[in-house]
Every structure is written in C-alpha cells, then in structure tokens.
Design a protein around this ligand. Structure first.
Ligand code: SF4
Length: 420
C-alpha cells in the first residue's frame, strides 16, 4: 500500500468534545451525520451520543433553519464528540452555528450566491480557528470570468477520461472556491468531491490530490441502502485509501448512520489505516460439509464479542475441520464445528469440546480468559501461528457416532478425511 499523501493538517474540537486532527500524519478519521432533526434536542443528543459510541470521531448535523442553530447551543454541552454544522443556502446559519460553538462548518459556496456572505463565514471561522469543509460536485456551475479558457485547458488535460467534462468542472470550480478562501488568508480547509459514480470519485479525488494540499474528505454520495451502498462506497474508497489518498471518511447509506460508522471503521482496519478496536472476526462461508447452524452462530458470536471483548483478538469460526484449520491460520482463538459440536483452540492449543448449544458461551469464555492473559502479559496477540492437528472426525467432533451404531460409517468418516 502507498504511504499517505502529505497534506496540510486541520484541527477541530476542544477538551470536552475531544480533539481530532485531519490530514497528514493524523489517523484517518470516521465521520457520519445524524438522520434526525437537529431542533429535536433530546433525540439529537441521543443520536450523536449513540454514533460517538459506535466509533464516530466527528458527527455532522444539518442546520437548515434558525431553530436548528438555536438547538446547537443546548446540544453541544451534552455531547462528547466534535460537531460539524452542515450549511446550505443560508450563510446566516453558518454564522449562528459558529456563535453556538460548533467545531467545524461544512459549506457549499456554490449554493450561497453572494460572495460577500461566504467571506463573512470565512472571517467568523478564522476568528475562532474553525476549519471549513468545502465540497464540489459534478453539478457545480462555474462562474469565473475566464471559465471558457480554463475549461478548455482542463478539458485537454482530462481528454483521456470518460469523465473529462465533469472533472474539468470540478477542478475549475474548486479553484474558484479556493481563491475566495486564500484571498482572506484562510487555509484550514478540507475538500470533498463526492459523486454517486464510484469511478468519477476515484478520478476526481486523485486529480484533486495532485493539485491541492488540503486534507480530503472521502465519500460516495447518495450511495443507497447498505445492501448495495456498501460496495458502491467501499470500492472507490479502498482504491483511494490504498493509494494514500484520503484523510477523513464518511460512508453514506440510506440506513442507520451507525452502520456507516461500523463499515467505515472496518474498512480502515482492513487497510491497516487504524488500529483495530475489538475482535477481528473471520468465518467460513459454509458449504455442503457444514454440520451446525453456522450463520446464526457467527452473528451471535459477532454481537457477543463486540460487547465483551476490547482487544483485537483474531477469532475464527469455522464450519468443519476439513479446511477450517488452514482457513483459520493466524487466529488467536478458533472454533471448528463438527456434528452438532464445536472444538475450541486458543493459539493452537485445544481447550474445549462442547455441544452446539454451548459453543457461544464457551467461545466467549475462552476469549475473555485469553484477553485477561494478554492484559496480564502472559500471552501476546498473534504470537503463535495456529498449527492445528485436525480433531478426529468420528470421536471428538461427534461425526459418525450414530452411524457407527447403525453400522453405516463409511460415508461420514472416509469422505470427510479424504477431503483434507
Ligand atoms: S471450513 Fe469447512 S464448512 Fe466451512 S467453507 Fe471451509 S470446508 Fe466448508
């Protein structure tokens, strides 16, 4: 993976809400946005706190009306995460949000028609050292005087791209926006260039990263429900992040925003851009060898371990012993299912053999014991490569026990063993 692109860095937050840095050597942060109305103060506070508990580093709230910015003053003392006010059309909302004490403003200069109004927001943020995120999108309209000339120039630069015209518009618009900020000596800027088109996102962010040194807020806008939006979002974001591009991430689903946080964090963990918190769970997809209800078991294990285990223990849940040991290589704790049973290994050592109904409790127990040993310095995460001698499929895993009794043993034992 490429190293992170060097950028300027912005800082937001305070002692009460935590301080988050964006850009350069700061960890890639995860943000999301509340789905409810900001003016419904209690609900908004509950939602922000729930999203922060899910792992959001930054939470954005919409402030379309005066009652929303008025609510901010009451919301801010009740939450413990930096808050961004999302402003469209009404520059006054941005000034009110700054006055209420928010930590960052999200502004689309393109939908605030008066340049003087944008300048007032810049000055207010500058006075309080608040960063501003500015976004361009493919729908932006260019107003600069030399727009024909600049569009021609950029059009030639991007002539090989299927998105040539859109890229030219986005870059030209961004140049136009940034000039307003630079003229006021304001550089605490984060840039976004979202689109629902994943390939355009890749190209736009890549081009922007070559031209500007501001931190980038990555996202695919209007990605849809999680079921389809996850792939639509993660495909371009993975590409960009793995190329060293991107400093803060928001995945946008038409679903519970806590899911956005969960998936964004998992993406960063998988790319080793953030230190994992909690269990690293792998599980087999199951196949015709399966002998327990693995789908239910995996979901139960995921929920239970998320609740009780803080360390990044690698846990493998495998449906059988045929390929399970190989597939679980490197796991700290592994369970291999047999015929309505499960055998549990901790760093290669067999520690339990339990019936299916006890697997969840036994696995949690072993993970908790292992976590305690790691904390006491008696074991290390990932210390031992799992080298498991597969259990005996007839006796230990229960396979064939009934069939042995009826004299029909071949199908179970020999087929299973020959599959190794
Ligand atoms: S571990 Fe066993 S049950 Fe799971 S996919 Fe692999 S072979 Fe199939």
């Amino acid at each position: 993976m490429n190293s992170r692109r060097p950028t300027r860095q912005v800082t937001l937050g305070d002692k009460q809400h935590g301080i988050i840095r964006i850009g350069d050597d700061a960890p890639v942060s995860v943000q999301t946005m509340t789905a409810g109305y900001t003016y419904e103060i209690d609900r908004c506070v509950a939602e922000i706190n729930r999203l922060a508990a899910a792992g959001a580093d930054i939470v954005r709230v919409a402030v379309p009306e005066r009652k929303d910015t008025e609510a901010l003053a009451k919301i801010l003392p009740q939450v413990r995460v930096p808050i961004v006010a999302d402003v469209h059309f009404h520059f006054q909302r941005a000034l009110e949000a700054v006055e209420a004490g928010v930590h960052k403003i999200r502004l689309n200069p393109g939908n605030i028609s008066d340049r003087g109004q944008v300048e007032k927001v810049i000055d207010a943020c500058k006075e309080r050292s608040l960063p501003i995120r500015i976004g361009v999108n493919e729908g932006s309209i260019i107003e600069r005087k030399d727009k024909q000339k600049r569009m021609r120039e950029l059009g030639e630069v991007f002539s090989d791209s299927q998105h040539a015209r859109l890229l030219a518009i986005m870059i030209a618009k961004l140049e136009e926006y940034l000039d307003i900020f630079y003229e006021r000596d304001f550089f605490d800027i984060v840039i976004s260039a979202k689109s629902p088109d994943p390939t355009l996102c890749i190209e736009a962010y890549t081009e922007i990263s070559k031209r500007f040194d501001h931190p980038l807020h990555l996202g695919v806008t209007h990605a849809g429900p999680r079921e389809t939006g996850a792939i639509r979002s993660v495909a371009p974001l993975s590409h960009l992040l793995a190329s060293g591009i991107g400093d803060t991430v928001r995945i946008s689903y038409a679903s519970d925003p806590a899911l956005e946080v969960e998936d964004a964090l998992e993406l960063l963990y998988c790319l080793e851009l953030r230190e994992r918190k909690g269990v690293d769970l792998i599980a087999c997809p199951t196949c015709g060898r399966i002998q327990v209800d693995l789908f239910t078991l995996v979901q139960d294990v995921r929920k239970s371990l998320a609740e009780h285990i803080e360390l990044p223990i690698k846990v493998a849940v495998m449906g059988c012993i045929v390929y399970g040991p190989g597939e679980a290589e490197g796991a700290d704790v592994a369970i291999f299912a047999g015929d309505r049973r499960g055998i549990i290994y901790v760093q290669g050592e067999k520690v339990a053999n339990v019936p299916e109904e006890d697997i969840l409790a036994a696995l949690l127990d072993e993970c908790q014991k292992f976590q305690a040993r790691v904390r006491n310095g008696e074991a290390k995460l990932g210390e031992k490569v799992v080298d498991i001698i597969p259990p005996d499929p007839i006796g230990e895993l229960g396979s064939g026990v009934e069939k042995i009794a009826t004299g029909n043993v071949e199908k179970v034992t020999k087929l299973t063993i020959s599959g190794q």
